[in-house]
Write a protein that binds this ligand. Sequence first.
Ligand code: GLY
Length: 338
Amino acid sequence: MNNNTHNYISNSDIKIGLPAIEFKQLLNNRRTIIISDENLFCLYPQVFEGFDKIILPSGEDTKSLKTVELLISEFVKLNLDRNSFILGFGGGVICDITGFVASVFMRGLNFGFIASSLLAQIDAAIGGKNGVDFGNYKNYIGCFNNPEFVICDPILLKTLPDNEYKSGLGEVLKYAVIQSKNELFNYLNQNAEQILAKNQNSLNVVVNQCVKTKSDIVAKDPFDKGFRQILNFGHSFGHCIEKIENIPHGIAVVYGMRIALKLAVKKGLLSSDSQNNTLKLFAKFGFTEDIILSDEHFKILAGDKKKNLDLIKLVIITDIGKPEFVNFKIDEIKNLLK
Ligand code: GLY
């Protein structure tokens, strides 16, 4: 499945398996500025050779309006014009900020991504969401705009720290559980060892399946008015756990999915067999533990932006591949989890 081009999203080419360095063939001789972070600049200096570049500090703090201002003043110094091209080379933070600044500078320049983390390849770089944080409020300033292309090169994942790879696998498992035809679920069950060993062909299949699943969902609700929130399976609990436990996003999402599975079984919406099969798949990827929610978690859950009065709209599954929205009262969640 190497070098596949997928036009799953109307105006983005998702190039899965294309070596990152081949990005030059997609630029059509346009003047290009690369935005990236310190880690990638050290790891892959060959990508930057011959290009103007802006290297940002790694980490979520970079996703701010202050960085947008800094980038715009660099663009002005570099004399960019409306024909210039902006390339974001990085994980979720770099893709989000590059997409945003490219979309607003001079009312919008063309841009593309080389997604360097598993999370970026299967989620952040796909679906047209760009933005920055506003203080503690994540992604409060942003826009929908698709990159011209996204390169997903599995070789880049070799240098990803273990915890970040595990975090990406957490989101892969989410797609596997919500994907309607169970193709990814079955593939992960049969190929866990190869995926954990970062086998390149297996990673191409996994990224391909995730991108297709996300793109199909986004195509039905590109501006996130309702249905797209099915992608938030495990995320309501996951967000509280991520904050309190201070653990990577995708790892917290797996804890969140375990809670959502338990709730669905307790409410009689999901069979114990389907729950057990899902938990067995999670275990193959090293996810075996539960987190018991505390009052602190519930406080954050009650303030979650998906809240409507005292009701929380959660994504649960009624079977593997069958996600649904169900409203829960906070007290009901507390009782069912006792
Ligand atoms: N990461 C969820 C979405 O793109 O809607």
